[in-house]
Design a binder for this molecule. Structure first.
Ligand SMILES: [Zn+2]
Length: 331
């Protein structure tokens, strides 16, 4: 297939694609906007410089908020009059370092609540430490189920064992839940199949800060844990939902990399939507992931990925897992 074929694929009749009936927001004619290059970490004036993902750092964010990075996924910290509220708990084995970091921040001494953006180990590694100290742990019900029962690791052909009772979420949600913590309303909402099957955003409504876990990836390649329930269509929808949650003053805090602005989330949404349209079209024609790459689906995008072949492999697997929903004529 040559470039002109790909162009045809991109601009092809929408009647067979999912794009037209996904939602009014996701027009097939969505055009990649200029300025997506701002996705590049560090390009945002007024925001903390991008730390390397493995660089331990504690940085102030806005008002009573701080960011602890380099202990797994980012840990967002909000100081309250009673103590601290945190989003995610870092990797296993890093709880001591995380406690040290929290000790250096306002509100030190007690963590009232821990909210998990999803069930990957980089986000729940410190859960047991906090749960054992009486911290309330909030997460999606699917996250609780994963942690309570263990789950199959397809690439390693083994099961990950259940976590101890102290590590498990004590309060869960299925679609949305509002909490009142430290005098601020915190909205927790499901991001259906954005990255896993248990992703949520955590919106601190007073401060205009949204923790988004791995549903937004300004630094690392976007990751679809397709076997864990993530897929490209879910990611597009999740990014659209996140655009509705915030405004131009909102800070979005991903698991890796610096906080980003709504325009950056919009750029990632547009790029994922373009990839959804390109890859679903080629999937319907029977292309493998490697053939999609060779056909140029990653060309002419505002951002290049470090491992496009891996990303497309996961996209491909995730699309097949949803083949019954992406087109009416695949049976
Ligand atoms: Zn993850």
């Amino acid at each position: 297939m040559g470039p002109s074929d790909l162009r045809t694929a991109r601009m092809g009749d929408a009647s067979g694609g999912r794009g037209t009936d996904r939602s009014p927001r996701t027009s097939r004619r969505a055009v990649l906007k200029a300025g997506v290059g701002a996705l590049l970490a560090g390009a945002l004036p007024g925001l903390p410089r991008a730390a390397r993902a493995d660089e331990r750092a504690v940085s102030p964010l806005r008002g009573p908020f701080s960011l602890v990075s380099g202990l797994g996924g980012n840990v967002l910290v909000r100081a309250t009059p009673e103590g601290q509220v945190i989003v995610d708990s870092g990797s296993p084995g890093q709880a001591g370092a995380l406690l040290d970091a929290l000790e250096s921040l306002p509100g030190a001494g007690r963590v009232d609540a821990l909210l998990n953006t999803h069930w990957h180990l980089d986000q729940v590694g410190g859960n047991e430490t906090f749960g054992a100290r009486g911290t309330t742990i909030v997460a999606h019900e699917k996250t609780r189920l994963r942690l309570a029962h263990g789950y199959y690791l397809r690439d390693e052909d083994r099961y990950r064992e259940a976590m101890p009772a102290a590590a498990l979420p004590t309060e869960t949600l299925r679609d949305r839940r509002d909490l009142e913590l430290g005098g601020e309303r915190i909205e927790v909402g499901y991001l259906l199949e954005a990255h896993t099957d248990g992703d949520v955003y955590v919106h601190f409504t007073g401060a205009g800060i949204v923790a988004v876990g791995d549903a937004v990836s300004p630094l690392r390649d976007p990751e679809l844990d397709w076997f864990g329930g993530g897929w490209l269509g879910g990611r597009v929808d999740a990014l659209a939902r996140l655009l509705e949650v915030g405004d131009d003053t909102t800070l979005y805090v991903p698991s890796y990399g610096p906080a980003v602005r709504r325009a950056d989330v919009a750029a990632e949404h547009d790029m994922m939507l373009a990839l959804f349209e390109r890859t679903t079209e080629l999937l319907r024609r029977g292309y493998s992931a490697d053939e999609m790459l060779a056909a140029g689906v990653m060309d002419d995008l505002p951002r290049s990925l470090a491992e496009p072949a891996k990303f497309l492999h996961d996209v491909h697997q995730s699309l097949w897992a949803h083949h019954n929903t992406i087109s009416h004529d695949i049976v």
